[in-house]
Design a protein around this ligand. Structure first.
Ligand SMILES: Cc1cc2nc3c(=O)[nH]c(=O)nc-3n(C[C@H](O)[C@H](O)[C@H](O)COP(=O)(O)O)c2cc1C
Length: 354
């Protein structure tokens, strides 16, 4: 059955206008990324993972702020941890901050996270995993969801054993990235497993892994019967990929459009993270935006070496003067900052992954 990517679908009472979900990515899915994703057609956007234990003990290295703006909804905020009580507290906090959905990370393969019993480790601890989901589901009134890997070891089918129990414990939807934690990002996502999962549970399943184009999105939906596809790496510095996947028309942005999107992104990142953190955070985005043959390679090197974001913006305007009008229009359309909820002192993980 061919799915229409612009058909709406729901998780509990939350309705998504398209079947493309912008993935949670640690160190990437800041507010600027999420609201840009919505603008380019993602039906649901997700925050990067935030640490439940860190919220309790204030012991994470990086404290950040999670801003939730009126143009981000529907928005899932992802939490990670292994202690049911701390996860429930974190869930209440993110619900209060405006999350439409609380997502739990059962997929992060990074050792610093799994050794605390969180992330992909929960795929092998079914009793405990269910207690976490139960605690979170009973703490909030919004739907709660779980994002899984296939399991820890290569070839694992742990996700199929665990999934029905997670649903029983209160998960209103499941996302599967069908690689093992050991695989990290190597090999291919095995969506035959996603198809089995869809058969097994009565809640919507989101398919994550290797969706890079309209073609792969439709193929994965058809192969799996999933409710939606999730896009992660293909959307880095490339919101046009989302538009192409959703609308079906191939779209090559002009240099002016690329520079304008990057300038708005820089402005937003500085507002969100402050100049000092934004300078480091943004460096990876320069390559992502300026690649794809959009600008000559040395230009990226030049931007990475600049010391302030103001210098970066000046250099981008010099390279693409026509960007100014587009920036003006895009920034005029952003909702007023007063409409935002800010969740302060939030331990946004520096380790992330899934
Ligand atoms: C840089 C990076 C950070 C990630 N951080 C998270 C995260 O915080 N939470 C999560 O559930 N998955 C995370 N993931 C996994 C993605 O959400 C997604 O499942 C995975 O990248 C496969 O999708 P893709 O092939 O479209 O990239 C991360 C992936 C990348 C590349």
């Amino acid at each position: 059955m061919q799915r229409n990517l612009t058909e709406s679908w729901s998780i509990g009472p939350v309705e998504m206008p398209t079947r493309v979900v912008l993935a949670p990515m640690a160190g990437v899915s800041v507010q600027a990324f999420r609201r840009q994703g919505r603008r380019f057609g993602a039906g649901l956007v997700c925050s990067e993972m935030v640490s439940a234990a860190g919220i309790e003990h204030r012991n994470e290295k990086t404290f950040g702020y999670l801003r939730v703006a009126s143009d981000e909804h529907p928005l899932a905020i992802q939490i990670f941890g292994s202690e049911p009580g701390a996860m429930a507290d974190a869930a209440r906090m993110v619900e209060a901050a405006g999350a439409d959905i609380v997502d739990m990370n059962f997929g992060c393969p990074v050792r610093k996270v799994t050794k605390t019993g969180a992330g992909a480790h929960l795929m092998e601890e079914s009793e405990f995993a269910c207690r976490v989901v139960e605690a979170v589901a009973s703490a909030v009134s919004v739907p709660v969801t779980v994002k899984m890997r296939r399991g820890v070891e290569d070839g694992s089918r742990a996700c199929l054993e665990l999934a029905p129990r997670l649903v029983e414990a209160g998960a209103a939807a499941l996302t599967l990235h069908p690689r093992s934690a050991k695989q990290m990002y190597t090999g291919r996502a095995d969506h035959a497993l996603t198809a089995e999962l869809v058969e097994l549970v009565d809640v919507p399943v989101i398919a994550s892994g290797d969706v890079t184009s309209r073609e792969t999105a439709l193929a994965v939906l058809e192969e799996t019967g999933a409710a939606a596809v999730m896009v992660a790496r293909a959307a880095q510095g490339n919101p046009w990929a989302l538009r192409e996947i959703v609308e079906g028309e191939s779209f090559r942005p002009t240099r002016e459009e690329v520079a304008a999107e990057l300038i708005v992104f820089v402005h937003e990142a500085v507002r969100e993270l402050g100049e000092q953190r934004a300078v480091g955070f943004l460096k990876k985005f320069y390559g992502w935006y300026l690649g794809h043959g959009r600008f000559p390679k040395p230009f990226k090197q030049e931007l990475v070496q600049l010391r302030t974001t103001e210098d970066v913006v000046t250099r981008l305007y010099a390279a693409a003067p026509g960007a100014a009008k587009i920036v003006e229009r895009l920034e005029a359309e952003l909702p007023a900052a007063e409409d935002e909820t800010v969740l302060g002192e939030l331990p946004i993980s520096v380790y992330g992954g899934g």
